[in-house]
Design a protein around this ligand. Structure first.
Ligand code: ATP
Ligand code: MG
Length: 203
């Protein structure tokens, strides 16, 4: 089996993530794509309050668990602490010793990979699938990865940062993320103000 590993903060999940995963699946002939929700995304921990991981997972699960071939993973949340891709790939390797792992990254993330924790170990653990991201037209892929697979997708200038600002400003969200995701965001009152919500749903 060829297993795609698509890590992210997903705060929240949006159509850009889904189109990226779909085209990575196609380009690399992946049997499954796991959306791995970061517990503590260490690059973002001092920039802003990241939403409770279980709430980010709730949005991802509500959407991707209904899509054949896609699944949400709570592996990094169960592990706790800061989320490092190298640890995730190692545990997936142990859990699926006969599968080939394909790490899916947008070209913005690809350009940062040499700064990741124990980055030098990554090429021995997985192959790399790079998806084009608006604003990052020519990804510079970390040396060490033999022939990354490039997955083409339409340029979608959609980001979680923009969606959070839209909720705060009461601007429209519809069609930028699936309706199921909007329903979970509404139910928990996510992103309405700067403070991180707790895991108590609003009814
Ligand atoms: P934020 O604005 O909070 O950083 P984001 O939209 O960048 O959120 P992340 O969770 O940081 O979302 O991204 C997870 C992965 O999805 C990264 O590899 C990123 O490159 C990729 N990705 C996110 N949005 C897009 C998009 N619109 N097109 C292609 N790839 C994307
Ligand atoms: Mg990002």
């Amino acid at each position: 089996m060829r297993l795609g590993v698509f890590g992210g903060t997903f705060d929240p999940l949006h159509i850009g993530h889904l189109v990226a995963a779909q085209n990575a699946q196609y380009a690399a002939s992946l049997d499954h794509v796991l959306f791995v929700v970061a517990n503590i995304p260490w690059q973002k921990e001092y920039d802003r309050d990241v939403t409770d991981p279980l709430l980010r997972l709730a949005v991802v699960s509500a959407v991707v668990d209904q899509i054949p071939g896609f699944a949400a993973s709570d592996l990094e949340i169960r592990r706790g602490g800061r989320s490092y891709t190298v640890d995730t790939l190692r545990s997936l390797r142990e859990a699926h010793p006969y599968d080939e792992l394909y790490l899916i990254v947008g070209s913005d993330a690809a350009a940062q990979m040499s700064t990741w924790e124990r980055a030098d170990e990554l090429p021995s653990l997985c192959r790399l699938v790079v998806v084009n991201r608006y604003g990052y037209p020519s990804p510079s892929v970390m040396p060490g990865f033999a022939a990354p697979i490039f997955a083409e997708m339409p340029w979608l200038d959609i980001s979680s940062s923009d969606l959070r600002a839209r909720v705060r400003d009461r601007r429209p969200l519809q069609f930028l993320l699936p309706d199921e995701a909007i329903r979970v965001i509404d139910r928990y009152g996510l992103y309405r103000d700067e403070t991180s919500p707790t895991a108590t749903p609003r009814e």
